[in-house]
Design a protein around this ligand. Structure first.
Ligand code: 5GP
Ligand code: MG
Length: 198
């Protein structure tokens, strides 16, 4: 993990614009940039290569992005995977943590793509408690993929009982609330090109 930057650097994440006048955030200050654009781009390029190398030639690859948080990561990632693949998305309902068992997870958008017999990579923005993945993995497995792997941009390393360990992780993340590069706070900040701590 890169060294966390100090607050004075983090205060100017947008090319020297002081955080208080950052036009992207409407002036709201962010406490620090945790992963900047260049660091993210380098890591995503590496991950794309690793994913490309992990499957046999001719493998029927389906990259499934979990919306909304993964949308920017997924868009960058698939452009770094040098092999044929298909892309689809899913949207899971968000119940309160640990109140609903995995069998009861509801998909608000169910991928149109066939999962049976395909090599599926589920792409998540961030793994925190692991609840979301622990619900989704059994549901996807029921559909008979040839293989199922997880790819997460960020992992807080809090979850201890993941039903499936992610095969690819971009960065170990600090246990802070992160925004940007797809991650939101009340739908704000998804469009920031870097990842910041709120
Ligand atoms: P989990 O189910 O692993 O606890 O959490 C997964 C989901 O919670 C993520 O897909 C994301 O939507 C949200 N989440 C967890 N940690 C963070 C965070 O630090 N920042 C933001 N913006 N969302 C988070
Ligand atoms: Mg969210």
């Amino acid at each position: 993990m890169p060294e966390p930057r100090d607050a004075s650097v983090a205060a100017t994440p947008d090319g020297g614009v002081p955080a208080g006048t950052n036009p992207r955030t409407g002036g709201q200050a962010l406490s620090r940039v945790v992963f900047d654009e260049a660091v993210i781009a380098r890591r995503v390029a590496e991950m794309g290569k690793e994913i490309g190398a992990a499957y046999a030639e001719g493998a029927n690859l389906l990259v499934l992005g979990l919306l909304k948080g993964s949308f920017i990561f997924l868009a960058d990632l698939v452009r770094q995977i040098p092999r044929p693949l298909h892309v689809d998305f899913l949207v899971a309902s968000s119940y309160g943590a640990r109140t609903v068992t995995s069998g009861e997870v509801r998909l608000l958008y169910d991928p149109e793509a066939t999962i049976e017999g395909r090599h599926v990579i589920l792409v998540e923005d961030i793994i925190d408690s692991g609840t979301t993945l622990n619900r989704l993995v059994p549901l996807l497995r029921e559909r008979g993929p040839a293989s199922l792997e997880l790819c997460a941009l960020l992992h807080k390393r809090i979850a201890e009982d993941l039903v499936l360990e992610p095969r690819w992780v971009g960065f170990d993340a600090p246990r802070e609330f992160l925004v940007g590069y797809g991650l939101d706070h009340g739908e704000d900040f998804r469009h920031l090109p870097y990842i910041a701590s709120l």
